[in-house]
Write a protein that binds this ligand. Structure first.
Ligand code: BES
Ligand code: ZN
Length: 464
C-alpha cells in the first residue's frame, strides 16, 4: 500500500477535479428555483461517501435533504461526527465575478467558484482524508459519521427539526466542523467560539400612496426619513446597541483572552487596507479583533425606499424597509433580543408610520472548551500538515446548528476552519487556496489517527 504522502500526491489532481465537479452544482439554498440543484448536490455527496463503502441515507426534511453516512463499524474505537453543508450563498452580483461563479477556474493556486471555501472545499477535505486513510491503511482507525446539510446558509431549519428526535443516531465522541477560517495564510487556527445571529426585517408604511414631496413634504411623516432615524437610534454614540437589556447576558472577554488576542500578529491598519478603508467606528473600548469575535453588533444588511432610477424625482415615498441583523455572543438569545427590539422599535416609530416586524433565522453563539483532549489531538494533526502549531481564535460568523449540537448531543466540538478570511465567502470571486485544500486533507487524515489514539487512552483511564 502507498504511504499517505504518496497517495495524497498522486491523487492531488483528481481531488481538485472532484472539487470542481462539486462546485459546478449551483446549490443556492436561498433560491426556490434551485430545488433540483439542491438534490443533485446531496446526491453528489452521497455518491462520494458510498464509494468509500459507507452506509448512506438521503433524508428528506421540511427543506433540503440531509446526507447522513456511517463508516463500516470499527469495534472498540471512538466515533467522530463530521458536519458540513453543501448549500451555498447566492452568487449575485454576477457582473462582479472575473469568471462565472459555477464554472470553477484556477488562478494563482486558487480555485475560484461559489462554495469553493464555504463550504464545499472544506467538506470535501474530510471526505478525501477518509478515502486516503482507507486506501493507505486498509481501514479507518475509528467510526465515522458524516452529516452534510443543505440549509446552513438559510438557518438550518430542517436539520434543527431532525436533531430533536435523532440525537442517538448522531451520537459520537466528538464533532468536527470545518466551515471557517485559519488566522492568516500560513497560520492555521483552532476556533473556540462562534457568534450567534438574530435576523429581522422591518416594513414601514406611511401615506397610502407616493406623494409630491413639495406639496406634502414636512406635513406628512416620510417613511424613508423615519427609517433612517429608527435605524440610527439603535446605536448610540459609543457604538453600543440601545435595545434595553441587550448586554445583560453577554459573557465578557476575560483578561487572558484579551491578552491572547493582542498577541496575535494582527495589524489593524493592514486589515483596513485589505478591504479598502482607512479606519472604522465600532464599540468604544474594544480592538477590531475583540469587536469581530467577542462583542455583539448591529448591522443593516439591506434597505430600500423611494426613487432609485436615473436623475432626480421629487417624491415622498409611501413605504420603506430594511433587513437587519445582530451578531450575538454567549449567552445572548435571539428570543430575548427580539422582545427588546420590538419594544425599542415601538418607542422609535413616529406618528404617521405603521411598522411591521418580521423575524427571520437566529441562533445563539457558542464557546467550546479548550480543555478536552480532542483539542490537543487536533493541534498535533494540524502541525503535521501545516508545519506550524495552530493559534486559538474565535470567529465572527455563525453556524447556528452548533449551539443545538452542544445542547442536544452534549459532546466535544472541534472547529477547524481551513479557509482564509480573504476567501470572499458570500462575495463575488469566492476562492479556496488549493494548497490549503491539500494541507486540510493531510491534517484531517492525521486527525482521525490522533482522535482514535487519544480517545482510546481516555476510555482506558475512565475505566471502560
Ligand atoms: N461558513 C460560514 C460561517 C463563518 C463565517 C465561519 C465567517 C467563520 C467566519 C457559514 O456558512 C455562514 O455563512 N453562516 C451564516 C449563518 C446565517 C445565514 C444563519 C452567517 O454567519 O451569516
Ligand atoms: Zn456561509
Amino acid at each position: 500500500m502507498p504511504t499517505l504522502e504518496n497517495y495524497l500526491e498522486s491523487n492531488a489532481t483528481r481531488f481538485e477535479d472532484e472539487l470542481c465537479d462539486f462546485v459546478r452544482i449551483a446549490s443556492v439554498s436561498a433560491d426556490p428555483n434551485r430545488k433540483g440543484e439542491m438534490v443533485r448536490a446531496a446526491q453528489w455527496v452521497a455518491g462520494q461517501l458510498r464509494s468509500l463503502n459507507f452506509t448512506v441515507e438521503i433524508i428528506p426534511t421540511s427543506g433540503n435533504p440531509l446526507v447522513f453516512a456511517q463508516s463500516p463499524h470499527v469495534p472498540d474505537a471512538p466515533t467522530v461526527l463530521v458536519y458540513g453543508h453543501y448549500d451555498v450563498q447566492p452568487a449575485e452580483p454576477l457582473e462582479k465575478w472575473t469568471t462565472p461563479p459555477f464554472e470553477p477556474a484556477k488562478r494563482d493556486g486558487k480555485l475560484f467558484a461559489r462554495g469553493a471555501t464555504d463550504d464545499k472545499g472544506q467538506v470535501l477535505s474530510h471526505i478525501k482524508s477518509a478515502e486516503a486513510v482507507i486506501k493507505t491503511q486498509g481501514k479507518l482507525p475509528l467510526n465515522m459519521k458524516f452529516l452534510v446539510e443543505g440549509e446552513e446558509e438559510v438557518g438550518s431549519v430542517g436539520l434543527g427539526e431532525f436533531l430533536k428526535s435523532n440525537a442517538e443516531k448522531l451520537g459520537s465522541d466528538c464533532i468536527v466542523i470545518s466551515d471557517g477560517s485559519q488566522f492568516a495564510p500560513g497560520i492555521p487556527a483552532i476556533n473556540y467560539g462562534l457568534r450567534g445571529i438574530a435576523y429581522y426585517e422591518i416594513h414601514l408604511q406611511g401615506p397610502n400612496r407616493d406623494l409630491h414631496s413639495g406639496s406634502f413634504g414636512g406635513s406628512i411623516t416620510n417613511p424613508a426619513n423615519a427609517l433612517a432615524k429608527i435605524l440610527a437610534g439603535l446605536i448610540d454614540e459609543k457604538g453600543r446597541v440601545t435595545i434595553p437589556g441587550f448586554y445583560d447576558d453577554v459573557v465578557p472577554l476575560t483578561d487572558r483572552e484579551r491578552r491572547q488576542f493582542a498577541e496575535l500578529p494582527f495589524v489593524e491598519q493592514e486589515y483596513f487596507r485589505n478591504v479598502g478603508v482607512e479606519g472604522a467606528v465600532g464599540e468604544e473600548g474594544y480592538t477590531a479583533l475583540e469587536r469581530r469575535w467577542a462583542r455583539p453588533t448591529f448591522d443593516i444588511c439591506g434597505l430600500w425606499s423611494g426613487y432609485q432610477g436615473e436623475g432626480a424625482k421629487t417624491v415622498l415615498p409611501a413605504t420603506a424597509g430594511a433587513k437587519i441583523s445582530f451578531r450575538l455572543v454567549p449567552n445572548q438569545t435571539p428570543e430575548k433580543i427580539a422582545a427588546g427590539l420590538k419594544r425599542k422599535l415601538a418607542e422609535l416609530t413616529p406618528p404617521g408610520i405603521q411598522l411591521e416586524f418580521i423575524a427571520h433565522h437566529g441562533g445563539p453563539g457558542v464557546l467550546v472548551s479548550l480543555e478536552s483532549p480532542y483539542i490537543e489531538a487536533a493541534a498535533r494533526a494540524i502541525e503535521f500538515a501545516f508545519s506550524r502549531r495552530p493559534v486559538f481564535t474565535r470567529e465572527g460568523g455563525s453556524i447556528p446548528i452548533v449551539a443545538k449540537f452542544a445542547e442536544h448531543l452534549k459532546v466535544d466540538i472541534l472547529l477547524l476552519g481551513w479557509g482564509q478570511e480573504d476567501d470572499n465567502a458570500h462575495s463575488p470571486n469566492e476562492k479556496f487556496s488549493l494548497d490549503d485544500f491539500h494541507k486540510a486533507i493531510k491534517a484531517s487524515a492525521k486527525l482521525w489517527e490522533e482522535l482514535a489514539k487519544i480517545s482510546g487512552e481516555w476510555r482506558v483511564e475512565s475505566g471502560e
